[in-house]
Design a protein around this ligand. Sequence first.
Ligand code: SF4
Ligand code: SF4
Length: 169
Amino acid sequence: MGFLKKIISNLLKPPRTEAFPFAPPQTPASYRGKVVVTAEKCVGCSTCARVCVSSAIDLVEEKDGIALTIWHSKCTFCGLCAYYCPTDAMTVTNEWDLSHRNEQKFAIADTIVAKYQVCVDCGEALMVPHGGVISSSIIGHERLNQKDAPRCNKCRRVQKARQIAGVRI
Ligand code: SF4
Ligand code: SF4
């Protein structure tokens, strides 16, 4: 009799586990899942690739910008890339479903292009960091920390010299 009572009371209780795969599972906000990069924020500095513990990130210089690829099948979800990204372009999401066949492992990847801007004076391609990023030249193109019209270092120096000399530009 007690046994029957237990069965009936268990049937009346809500489920203790999730209904996956019939309903999406709940993942905590702190869960480290798929890494995504926002192209508009990326300045192609390569910090993420340098700190990546599993060489899951690669940057290649292209004609109109720097292409960044993340191979998700190599990622160990350590979060270092997002931690060290100076512009918050890299984000660790709580997307967990990255299952794939082994032969697809190189297809489970995302590529973005951090586009160059062009110097308003001489037309040279340059990368303009967002926010308070310190200028540096890592891949070869000049990076400047300026909010106004993008200018390369050389044209910026010329502009400054003209301003100091009182020349109207
Ligand atoms: S800006 Fe962030 S995402 Fe882009 S290359 Fe640098 S560290 Fe990587
Ligand atoms: S989370 Fe870690 S392993 Fe994955 S891409 Fe970023 S640095 Fe590399």
